[in-house]
Design a binder for this molecule. Structure first.
Ligand code: DAH
Length: 372
């Protein structure tokens, strides 16, 4: 690698100029052949094509400066042609080398990379299956925001300000809201019930809605609690809806979901937005009611809350409809409805025999693969 640019070219002699250019190209050809490794190639690139110190650019600069102006044009053209040829040769040598390396490292007999086919998360699946049962009854899906106002999450659902029923909801509130009127303060919705209100304000009855969604509560995590969980809510409002419609609908839905031999039973309960309210139990789908580990040996499993829509809710909805320039449509004679709500995690844990709610959120493939 001893080639250096000659400084003794006689520019008045065409032979001398041709020889200089020929020497340059010969040296280039020798060196480009020798540059095998990536390091050597890079070294070669810098030596020949480096911006300032590269032989090609230095050659151009030094020789053009030395040449008498009459010859400049002709020599410049010649030199440029050489430069183009060298650049092409360098690139061709690089391409040949990299395809040789590729061929060496490509082994067509190796097995391919297997990509697993994704499956629904067990919570998504449970939620979708539950929604499908109601969709088959003619219910539409409604959705609402997870960041809610106090009005939708509480006030319109007949939780008055400072009412103790709010304490049971362990609400996570958004910071710096105290300058707002209390009904406009933002919080993380504690249940999917606010979507009942939004839907009724948006449109008049008849309404049959199923509402899946994520909810938030300031709950300590343990085996059965998580501060973020999911609910499926239902709302049916029409002319002359009765408690027996509620019972018949939920009994059908539980049979469709858990199997036709499942029985339901209703107990008096309390929710501010339903009157009367009930808790619903189903006979244990695993032991048929005889008692087993899944039903804690009682034969029954409590699954959801429900009730007839409280007239105070209809009144709040219509008040807001009127504020929005709409006709009142719910707090009118002959209109009634029922609602229900259930926890998705609870149902999925029971259905799949999951002992710790945290498994759903762990992202542990060993857990998730069991549902594939
Ligand atoms: N929103 C209630 C909760 O989170 C569940 C519920 C109960 C929903 C009764 C309803 C209902 O629609 O009628 O605890």
């Amino acid at each position: 690698m001893s080639y250096e640019l000659p400084s003794n070219i006689d520019f008045s002699s065409p032979e001398s100029v041709s020889k200089a250019l020929a020497d340059l190209q010969a040296a280039f050809a020798d060196e480009v052949q020798a540059a095998h490794s990536a390091d050597a190639r890079e070294h070669f690139r810098v030596r020949w094509f480096g911006d300032k110190a590269g032989l090609v650019n230095r050659g151009a600069g030094a020789w053009i400066k030395a040449i008498p102006s009459a010859e400049k044009r002709e020599f410049g053209a010649k030199f440029n042609a050489v430069k183009v040829r060298l650049t092409e040769e360098f690139q061709a040598a690089g391409a040949a080398r990299s395809s040789a390396t590729m061929a060496a490292s490509l082994d067509l007999t190796l097995p391919g990379t297997r990509r697993g086919v994704g499956v629904e998360h067990p919570l998504t699946r449970t939620m979708r299956e539950m929604v499908a049962v109601f969709a088959a009854l003619g219910y539409s899906v409604a959705l609402g925001p997870e960041v809610e106002t106090d009005f939708f999450n509480f006030e319109a659902l007949n939780f008055p300000p400072n009412h103790p029923a709010r304490d049971t909801q362990d609400t996570l509130v958004i910071a710096d809201q105290s300058s707002r009127p209390s009904r406009e303060r933002l919080l993380m919705r504690t249940h999917t019930s606010p979507v009942q209100i939004r839907s009724m304000i948006a449109g008049p009855p008849p309404l049959r809605l199923v509402i899946p969604g994520k909810v938030h509560r300031n709950d300590e995590s343990d085996a059965t609690h998580s501060p973020i969980f999911h609910q499926v809510e239902g709302l049916c409002v029409d002319r002359g809806i009765t408690f027996s419609d509620l019972k018949g609908t939920l009994d059908h839905a539980m049979k469709a979901f858990f199997g036709s031999s499942v029985k339901t039973r209703f107990f008096p309960s309390f929710f501010p937005f339903t009157e009367p309210s009930a808790d619903v139990q189903i006979s244990c789908p695993f032991c048929g009611g005889a008692g087993c580990r899944k039903c804690k040996h009682s034969g029954w499993i409590e699954l959801l809350g429900c009730g007839m829509v409280d007239p105070a809710v209809f009144a709040a909805v219509d008040a807001r409809r009127v504020e929005n320039g709409l006709e009142p449509a719910y707090d009118v004679s002959g209109i009634s409805g029922f609602a229900f709500g259930m926890g998705v995690e609870r149902i999925a844990m029971m259905k799949y025999g999951v002992g710790d709610i945290g498994q759903f959120y762990s992202g542990d493939m060993r857990f998730l693969q069991q549902f594939a």
